[in-house]
Design a protein around this ligand. Structure first.
Ligand code: NAD
Ligand code: TYD
Length: 344
């Protein structure tokens, strides 16, 4: 039986890494990528995949039922949905929450409804540890930690998690939810901490550190996140939540210093700026459930993968330059301005 993975948001950071991983690890699976190509969606992330047999790109919005239907029409055989598409940046959600409600909440419900109608085999909802809120100096988020989101971004991700939960409970919908900590690696849009700091330091520009720089995040290399999702797709239990994280906590200022050191740039580039409103103090994941039940654990250490990431941005300076200049969006406007799909 043919199998299709319908990936939403496959032109974004984690989604494109996941498409690359699937092409390598499961070459016989068909892939349909449904993406609206917002500012964060970049088909340049998928240049090597574009001509591949069994890959179809569908330009469309998960909020529009007809677009989601179009993506399903491009699938063959059993369909599994992996749902990455979202507005993903906390700072943008603080400026304007409504796009987050539309994409993350309404979009997820539309996708759930069509997926249920189409009888999908499995639906993996890609969520975040930010639904649990913030930790103090001690402790870890487990799957049983109460949901207490603090930013508009986190609140809309929590709402989408609850809609998925309700679909499981009410309709017996075959969904699983993953909640991962902060990712880093190739193709991350340079508005997030690590690529922003690499990009600024490379150009000898100031590195804006919020508050005192002592907020802690638990960093995971994106490939390890993608491998965890693949494991959950293939072996996770229906209706379950799986936390994903690497036991890799760092205060922001240490990350910034490491980047400067690796690039041979001076610490005088660091600029402490006004704190983010409602800034969560610390995230840290207890990933023992996925390790115990599915045998997943990270394969990269931070010492290995941070230099790899920095090297990737250095070797892909053109990609970075185009993303920062917005030139790629003009290209998409020309290439994909009209709704459409490209199939090979
Ligand atoms: P991203 O912003 O890089 O990519 C999002 C992608 O979704 C883009 O390609 C964009 O064009 C697409 N998209 C947005 N709205 C859409 C819509 N309405 N219809 C169709 N496509 C749409 O995000 P990311 O960092 O790759 O995150 C992917 C998912 O993983 C998100 O759901 C996010 O909440 C979750 N997550 C991210 C992290 C992280 O550290 N980046 C950690 C845990 C979970
Ligand atoms: P970010 O990459 O936006 O991820 P999230 O807010 O989802 O965790 O930010 C990671 C941490 O880095 C967070 O504590 C905020 C901080 N930060 C800065 O100090 N300066 C910046 O310019 C950015 C974008 C983030």
């Amino acid at each position: 039986m043919t199998r299709t993975i319908l990936v939403t948001g496959g032109a974004g950071f984690i989604g494109s890494n996941f498409v690359h991983l699937l092409a390598k690890e499961r070459p016989d699976w068909r892939i349909v990528n449904l993406d609206a190509l917002t500012y964060a969606g970049n088909l340049e992330n998928l240049t090597e995949i574009e001509g591949r047999s069994g890959y179809t790109f569908v330009h469309g919005n998960i909020c529009k039922e007809e677009d989601v239907e179009r993506a399903f029409d491009a699938c063959e055989g059993d369909v599994t949905v992996v749902h990455f598409a979202a507005e993903s940046h906390v700072d943008r959600s603080i400026v304007s929450g409504m796009p987050f409600v539309e994409a993350n909440v309404a979009g997820t419900q539309v996708l759930l409804d069509v997926s249920r109608k189409r009888g999908v085999e499995r639906f993996c909802h890609v969520s975040t540890d930010e639904v649990y809120g913030s930790l103090g100096a001690e402790g870890y988020f487990t799957e049983d930690t109460p949901l207490a989101p603090n930013s508009p971004y986190a609140a809309t991700k929590t709402a989408s998690d609850l809609l998925v939960r309700a679909a499981v409970h009410t309709h017996g919908f075959p969904a699983v939810i993953t909640r991962c900590s902060n990712n880093y690696g190739p193709y991350q849009f340079p508005e997030k901490l690590i690529p922003l700091m690499i990009a600024n330091a490379s150009e000898d520009r100031e590195l804006p550190v919020y508050g005192d720089g002592m907020n802690v995040r638990d960093w995971l290399f994106v490939e390890d996140h993608c491998l965890a999702i693949l494991r959950v797709l293939e072996a996770g239990r229906e209706g379950e939540v799986y936390n994903i994280g690497g036991h890799n906590e760092y205060p922001n200022i240490e990350i910034v210093r490491l980047i400067l050191e690796t690039l041979g740039k001076p610490e005088s580039l660091i600029r402490f700026v006004k704190d983010r409103p409602g800034h969560d103090q610390r995230y840290a994941i207890d990933a023992s459930k996925i390790q115990r039940e599915l045998g997943w654990e990270p394969s990269y250490t931070f010492d290995q993968a941070l230099p790899l990431t920095i090297q990737w941005y250095q070797s892909n300076a053109d990609w970075l330059q185009r993303v920062r200049s917005g030139a790629y969006r003009e290209y998409y406007q020309r290439q994909y301005g009209a709704e459409g799909s490209r199939s090979t």
